[in-house]
Write a protein that binds this ligand. Structure first.
Ligand SMILES: NC(=O)C1=CN([C@@H]2O[C@H](COP(=O)(O)OP(=O)(O)OC[C@H]3O[C@@H](n4cnc5c(N)ncnc54)[C@H](O)[C@@H]3O)[C@@H](O)[C@H]2O)C=CC1
Ligand SMILES: O=C(O)CCC(=O)C(=O)O
Length: 528
């Protein structure tokens, strides 16, 4: 039987050569389909290969009755509904390294074009206007480049900027002063970077946490005359705020390869002479397109011939025998990871996970990977899954230690996760209670009984009369309904905690007011 492969975005012909050569694949290339046309056709195919143009939505996936694998010839998978693909058992693979160099080179090209106003000067000259006065640029040498997101592309850009004799200051949740030192860049918070930089470039994925990371508040902090590059994803910079900052004379230049809506419909920014732009060309080189297409083609071949893939974004690969025993714990472990990512002060550097009870006798790697998935996706986004979680932990220098003990302190199984960051250690333990589902039963050294779901508030406070009432009153005034509340303390009058489950996420202003109460030390909002 031949497998039917649909290629719905322009892919390098040389890149799909492996698929053309392999036996058993029928390739259909049909680009520029409308979502309706794709929806009508997708049911006939076993594999779909795309770049960033095709939107593989839930509606498309629901019609993809035979689809087994989606290959994204590139890095970002934000055009694919990963949740829907996973739900439908469709493996999604990408090509994480193939376009790093091209995207970094494009970023440098945009940075220099912007600094020297090359596109604007070319445009004038094409209109037969020999104008040398309007296009005076600025040098890069001895200027500071702020890099936000020092992953594969950000790090390549930083290295190139140093070649231009720029100073580099960077922020990435996984960057430590030691790593920064090794790379020859300064280490700072987003705010430090934004305040110090003459030029800023962003290289994060587009996530809930990075959407509008560069907003009006960030522009206010910047140096007058700052210039900014976005060759990562539209939406990391708030386009309206950028427009206002340019109009106000705060921002002297912007170089944009990506936009909040693609293909672009609102051309307002391009009417500003300070803006240079390209239509999402960061990965558009012969070399990158060949590598990314080869990488996904090979993964499709591997999948159908060997049942394995190399660059899975969502594949749960657990042996059947182990699955039956450990599967019920997957969700608890992922939630413990998310819980600790929210609770910990800073980014994980070391994670210790202890399995006590019956689980000590089985292979628990898949459980650890589910916990890491929860922890790391807070920083890396939905690209992290239980298959690639360990890879990302290694890549980001997070040490992971597993230990086992058959003694489970009264539980059938108890799983304790400890996360160490530069600012301290946080711990949580969870279990499955017979017939009652998942529970977090310990946070740091305090016993609790919490269903790990929904919106939680973890409050550390001093054990004083009236503090519980004050928290309840304040949340009531803020119209936040408390569903459950638990308290614990080390000793009377000593350190204490409250764990609240609330019906809707608390506003930042409510958290700030809680923190201002005299007895409260820290309030952490946790969203599971
Ligand atoms: N314009 C284009 O054609 C291309 C655009 N891209 C975009 O570039 C992005 C980066 O690609 P890579 O460097 O390969 O990915 P990567 O995963 O190696 O690096 C992303 C980095 O962002 C960091 N990060 C996450 N949240 C952050 C936050 N809130 N603040 C600061 N840093 C944060 C992560 O820790 C990670 O180190 C991709 O997600 C993709 O959207 C990638 C290739 C081509
Ligand atoms: O396929 C493309 O050209 C876009 C590349 C990209 O944005 C990515 O790899 O994330």
């Amino acid at each position: 039987m031949n497998y039917n492969i649909l290629i719905s975005d322009p892919l390098s012909e040389d890149g799909i050569y492996p698929l053309r050569q392999a036996d058993g694949f029928d390739i259909t290339i049909e680009t520029n389909m409308t979502p309706e046309q794709l929806g009508e056709r997708i049911g006939d195919f076993d594999a779909l290969l795309v770049r960033s143009q095709t939107q593989v939505t839930r509606a498309i996936i629901e019609k993809a009755k035979h689809l087994k694998i989606i290959g994204r010839a590139g890095v970002g998978v934000d055009n694919i509904d990963l949740e829907a693909a996973t739900e439908h058992g469709i493996i999604v693979v990408n090509a994480p390294d193939g376009n790093t160099n091209s995207a970094a080179e494009h970023t440098m090209a945009m940075l220099m074009s912007m600094a020297r106003k090359i596109p604007q000067a070319y445009y004038a000259l094409r209109n037969h206007n020999w104008d040398r006065k309007s296009f005076v640029g600025v040098e890069l040498k001895n200027k500071t480049l702020g890099v936000i997101g020092l992953g594969r592309i950000g790090a390549e850009v930083a290295a190139r900027a140093k070649g231009q004799r720029m100073n580099v200051i960077a922020y990435d949740p996984f960057l430590t002063p030691e790593k920064a030192d090794k790379m020859g860049v300064d280490f700072g918070s987003v705010e430090d970077v934004v305040r110090a930089a003459d030029f800023i470039t962003v290289h994060t994925p587009l996530l809930k946490e990075t959407r509008h990371l560069i907003n009006a508040k960030a522009f206010d902090m910047m140096k007058p005359g700052v210039q900014i590059v976005n060759c990562a994803r539209g939406g990391i910079i708030d386009e309206n705020a950028l427009y206002d900052a340019i109009k106000a004379g705060k921002v002297a230049g912007a170089a944009l390869d990506v936009f909040e809506q693609e293909p672009m419909v609102d051309f307002r920014l391009l009417d500003l002479p300070e803006v240079v732009a390209t239509p999402h060309l960061g990965a558009s080189t012969i070399e990158a397109q060949e590598i990314v297409a080869v990488d996904v083609s090979n993964d499709v071949i591997r999948y159908f011939t060997e049942g394995t893939v190399r660059n899975s974004v969502n594949l749960p690969s657990v042996p059947k025998e182990i699955m039956a025993q450990i599967e019920p714990y997957f969700d608890l472990l992922e939630r413990l990871g998310i819980f600790l990512a929210d609770l910990a002060d800073g980014t994980a550097q070391e994670v210790n996970i202890q399995y006590s009870g019956e689980l000590a006798n089985v292979e628990v790697g898949p459980l650890t990977r589910n916990m890491l998935k929860g922890l790391l996706k807070r920083y890396l986004g939905e690209i992290v899954n239980d298959v690639n979680a360990m890879y990302f932990a290694n890549l980001k220098g997070v040490t992971v230690n597993e230990s086992k003990s058959t003694a489970a302190k009264g539980f059938t199984n108890l799983i304790t996760v400890e996360v160490k960051t530069a600012n301290g250690t946080r711990k949580a333990a969870g279990t499955l209670l017979n017939g009652q589902g998942a529970r977090i039963v310990k946070v740091d050294d305090f016993l609790v009984d919490v269903v790990p779901k929904g919106n939680l508030l973890f409050i550390r406070h001093n054990d004083r009369p009236g503090v519980i009432g004050r928290v309840g009153t304040l949340l009531g005034q803020e119209n936040v309904n408390i569903a459950t509340m638990q308290v614990g303390r080390s000793n009377a009058g000593g350190d204490a905690i409250m764990m609240l489950s609330i019906d809707k996420p608390a506003e930042q202003s409510s958290l700030d007011q809680l923190t201002e109460l005299a007895e409260i030390e820290k309030v952490t909002a946790i969203n599971l």
